[in-house]
Design a protein around this ligand. Structure first.
Ligand SMILES: Nc1ncnc2c1ncn2[C@@H]1O[C@H](COP(=O)(O)OP(=O)(O)OP(=O)(O)O)[C@@H](O)[C@H]1O
Ligand SMILES: [Mg+2]
Length: 231
């Protein structure tokens, strides 16, 4: 089983989008996938779940009392939501046991992160790999270079620029600069995922990129397939 965090320090860049699309891609490839989150907003529901999303017991209850509520999102794809971010010492101790307990049930755990580093330390430590969503403005580019200084870089498998405006000279310059910064490293730096109305509509309909067959979808699928190859 591999544990993968999708992490950056900025809000609204596409952590939940990228987590859900990768998770669905793995599930379509017949892998058993569990999505966890360090973000109690539990936005994963908004991307993949049409049913009733009210819950009382999530990850904390599962870790401490083995009675968390798993939501089935697709075939092979499950989500254990998070109640809140108050983690007791007991939780910190038992989360490792929890991972051991479910090791044989899932091939992958994908963790949709919160844009605060402090809360995420425990999740990042548990992770085998980290995937960083990026946005091609100066602030986000700088924050990614900062993030790379604070986390275990050997875990970083890919950086994916999202919501890219191909007509923006500024974004093009930031994208190219980050790309050249990463040259020679073992981190995959993908083609950018464009900011598309198609993606907005797709998310609104709680569909995934794998459920479409058009030129927009094919282009984005290719980028996600590149990432799936390295995890
Ligand atoms: N490539 C894209 N094209 C168009 N819209 C997008 C794209 N990627 C994400 N979005 C939209 O942008 C918004 C932010 O995306 P998302 O929720 O994945 O970001 P996030 O990093 O998880 O945010 P937060 O920090 O709040 O958790 C969402 O409303 C989503 O629908
Ligand atoms: Mg999110």
């Amino acid at each position: 089983m591999k544990i993968i965090s999708i992490k950056n320090n900025k809000g609204g860049v596409g952590k939940t989008f990228i987590t859900t699309q990768l998770a669905a891609g793995l599930a379509y490839a017949d892998k058993r996938v569990l999505i966890l989150t360090s973000d109690p907003q539990n936005n994963v529901f908004n991307f993949l779940f049409k049913g009733d999303k009210t819950f009382k017991k999530g990850l904390k209850a599962e870790v401490l009392k083995k009675d968390g509520e798993y939501f089935r999102l697709r075939s092979n794809l499950y989500f254990l939501p998070l109640e809140d971010v108050k983690f007791s010492n007991q939780f910190l101790k038992e989360v490792v046991e929890f991972i051991k307990r479910i090791k044989n049930e899932f091939d992958y755990i994908l963790i949709d992160s919160i844009p605060t580093l402090k809360i995420d330390e425990i999740f990042l430590n548990l992770s085998d790999y980290i995937i960083i969503p990026s946005y091609a403005d100066e602030l986000t580019t700088e924050s990614i270079l900062e993030l790379l200084k604070t986390i275990d870089v050997s875990k970083v498998k890919a950086i994916v620029t999202n919501r890219y405006k191909s007509t923006s000279a500024v974004q093009k310059a930031n994208y190219t600069a980050l790309k050249s910064d990463l040259e020679g490293s073992s981190i995959l730096f993908t083609d950018p995922i464009e900011n598309l109305s198609f993606i907005e509509l797709m998310i609104q309909n709680k569909k995934t990129i794998w459920e479409y067959n058009n030129t927009f979808a094919t282009k984005v699928q290719k980028i996600f397939l590149e990432i799936l190859k390295v995890i």
